[in-house]
Design a protein around this ligand. Structure first.
Ligand code: SF4
Length: 469
C-alpha cells in the first residue's frame, strides 16, 4: 500500500492566494486552485497516495483542518505559506507537528524558498523546504534518500542543509494532477467567463528580470506541450469549463505558445482560458492563435506610465510596446487586465496620476492598483532595507491593503488616497460601466459584475468609515 501525503493550503481568516510564490489576499471575488499543490499532486502520485486539502478555499477552521489531517494520518504534510499570512501559515504547521510528532512537515512558498536556511533555523519544526515545486527531487527525500539534495533544504541531525536549485534543461512534464480532489464550487475569477475553474501551468519562471518580482530569480522553463494537452483533456472530461494558466509569463517563447494553441485546436478542447503575459510577448500571431484556442482574457503587468520607473526597476519594456499589446488584444476580442504599482520608490504624485490616466487610456477591461511591496528575495527589498524605507521588516505584507515603503516623498496616507482615487477614476466612469455591460457574454459574467459592484461599494463605505474614525 502506498504511503499517504497531504498537500495543504492552510486555513486562514482571509482568503489567501499563495501559489507561484505569490502572496495576496483576495478581496472577496476571486479564488483559484493553488497550482503548486496541483503540480505536486501529479509528481507525488507516482509513488504516494495523495490527498489535497484546500482548507483556505473551503473556509475550514483550524480545528476542522486538524481533524481531517488526523483522520488522513499522512506520512508527510506539504503546506503552502505566503508572506502576507506568514505567522498564520507557520503557526498552523507548527501545531500539526506538535500534535503528530512523527509526521514530516515540509514548507513551500515564496518567503521559504528565498530564505530557506534562515526560515528552517527559525522554525525548528520544519523538516524540509521545497525550492522548486516542478521538480521530482522531492520523491527521493520522501523515500529517505538524501544522497542527492537538489531543490530542497532539509534538516539532517539538527543541521539545515540547503541543496542546489536545479531546473529542467529540456521541456518538463509530470503525471496529470489530481484535480478531481478539489471542490470546484469554491473557485472563480472575477473576470472569468464560466465555471467550474481550475489552474494549470505551461511554464515556470520568467524571462523578465524586474527588480520588484520574485519570479525574476527563476529561469524560464517550458512544459512539454503534449503533457499540457493531456491535462487539459483530463480536466475537460471532469467537467471543467475554464482554465487559469498560472504561468507568470505565458507564451514568452512564441514557438511554444503557438504549438500549445495548435494542440488545443487540433484536439478540439473547448475550454475558455485566462493567462498572465508580458506585453512584449503579445503579437498578432500569438493573439490569433490564442483566441482560436479559447483564450478570452490576459493579465498584463504594466506597473507604471513612467519610462524612467520601468527602466529603474529593470522592466525592460517600452511604453509604446505596452500600448501596442493592449491594442492587439482588444483587436482580437481578448479582454485585458492591467496591473499597476502605486508608490514605488522614485515616483512622484504626478507620476501616480499619470499611471492612473494611462490605465484609462489603455482601455483595460479591469485595472488592479497595488502598493509596491518589497518581497523577500527581490532587489527592491534590498534597496528598501539599505535605505531604511520599510515600516515593517518581517516580510509579512500584502500590497492589496496598505503601503509599507515610505521614501519620504509621498506619505502613507496620501498613497492610500491616491489608490482610492485610482479605483474611483477608473471604475466609476459612465463609459466604462456601459462598456462592461455591453461586453457581457454569459450569465456568470453578469453575476460577477453585480458582485463586483457590491464589493466595491462595500470597500468604499469601509474606507470612508476608516478615514472618519
Ligand atoms: S515580467 Fe512579470 S513575472 Fe516576469 S519578472 Fe517581471 S513582473 Fe515578474
Amino acid at each position: 500500500m502506498k504511503e499517504k501525503i497531504v498537500l495543504l493550503n492552510p486555513p486562514a481568516p482571509t482568503l489567501n492566494m499563495r501559489d507561484m510564490y505569490s502572496s495576496t489576499v483576495s478581496k472577496g471575488l476571486y479564488c483559484w486552485p493553488q497550482v503548486d499543490l496541483l503540480v505536486l499532486s501529479g509528481i507525488l502520485s507516482k509513488e504516494f497516495d495523495i490527498s489535497i486539502i484546500d482548507a483556505n478555499a473551503l473556509r475550514l477552521t483550524n480545528d476542522q483542518t486538524m481533524e481531517i489531517i488526523k483522520k488522513a494520518a499522512p506520512y508527510a504534510l506539504i503546506f503552502m505559506a505566503g508572506s502576507s499570512s506568514k505567522c498564520n501559515d507557520l503557526g498552523f504547521a507548527y501545531k500539526v507537528k506538535n500534535s503528530f510528532r512523527d509526521m514530516l512537515i515540509i514548507g513551500e512558498g515564496g518567503f521559504l524558498r528565498n530564505n530557506p536556511v534562515q526560515e528552517m533555523q527559525d522554525n525548528v519544526f520544519l523538516d524540509a523546504v521545497l525550492l522548486n515545486f516542478t521538480s521530482d527531487d522531492i520523491l527521493g527525500f520522501l523515500k529517505n534518500d538524501t544522497s542527492e539534495l537538489n531543490n530542497l533544504a532539509v534538516r539532517k541531525n539538527d543541521v539545515v542543509i540547503c541543496g542546489k536549485t536545479k531546473y529542467s534543461t529540456g521541456y518538463f512534464s509530470y503525471p496529470v494532477p489530481r484535480h478531481e480532489q478539489l471542490d470546484f464550487s469554491k473557485y472563480r475569477l472575477s473576470h472569468g467567463r464560466r465555471i467550474p475553474l481550475t489552474s494549470v501551468i505551461s511554464s515556470y519562471g520568467c524571462v523578465g528580470k524586474c527588480a520588484f518580482c520574485v519570479s525574476s530569480n527563476i529561469p524560464y522553463i517550458m512544459r512539454d506541450v503534449d503533457n499540457i494537452t493531456d491535462e487539459l483533456r483530463y480536466v475537460e472530461k471532469l467537467g471543467i469549463r475554464e482554465v487559469f494558466f498560472r504561468d507568470v509569463s505565458f507564451g514568452s517563447v512564441k514557438k511554444h505558445a503557438l504549438a500549445l494553441c495548435q494542440n488545443i485546436i487540433e484536439n478540439k478542447i473547448k475550454l475558455g482560458w485566462v493567462c498572465d503575459m508580458r506585453a512584449d510577448s503579445i503579437d498578432e500571431e500569438r493573439m490569433v492563435s490564442m483566441k482560436r484556442a479559447g483564450c478570452h482574457a490576459i493579465h498584463i503587468g504594466v506597473e507604471s506610465a513612467n519610462q524612467m520607473i520601468l527602466d529603474r526597476y529593470s522592466k525592460n519594456m517600452k511604453i509604446e510596446t505596452i500600448e501596442q499589446a493592449f491594442r492587439l488584444a482588444h483587436k482580437h476580442g481578448i479582454k485585458t487586465i492591467g496591473y499597476f504599482i502605486i508608490g514605488i520608490p522614485g515616483e512622484s504624485e504626478e507620476d501616480i496620476i499619470n499611471t492612473i490616466d494611462f490605465a484609462i487610456k489603455l482601455r483595460c477591461d479591469y485595472a488592479s492598483f497595488n502598493f509596491a511591496i518589497p518581497i523577500v528575495g527581490t532587489e527592491l527589498r534590498k534597496e528598501c532595507l539599505e535605505n531604511d524605507w520599510l515600516n515593517s521588516d518581517d516580510g509579512s505584507f500584502d500590497g492589496s491593503f496598505s503601503p509599507v515603503i515610505e521614501t519620504g516623498s509621498i506619505p502613507y496616507q496620501r498613497l492610500r488616497e491616491l489608490r482610492d482615487i485610482a479605483f474611483r477614476r477608473f471604475y466609476l466612469r459612465p463609459e466604462y460601466i456601459f462598456d462592461r455591460i455591453t461586453k457581457l457574454k454569459t450569465v456568470f459574467e453578469a453575476k460577477m459584475l453585480v458582485l463586483e459592484f457590491l464589493n466595491m461599494s462595500k470597500t468604499a463605505v469601509l474606507n470612508i468609515f476608516k478615514r472618519n474614525r
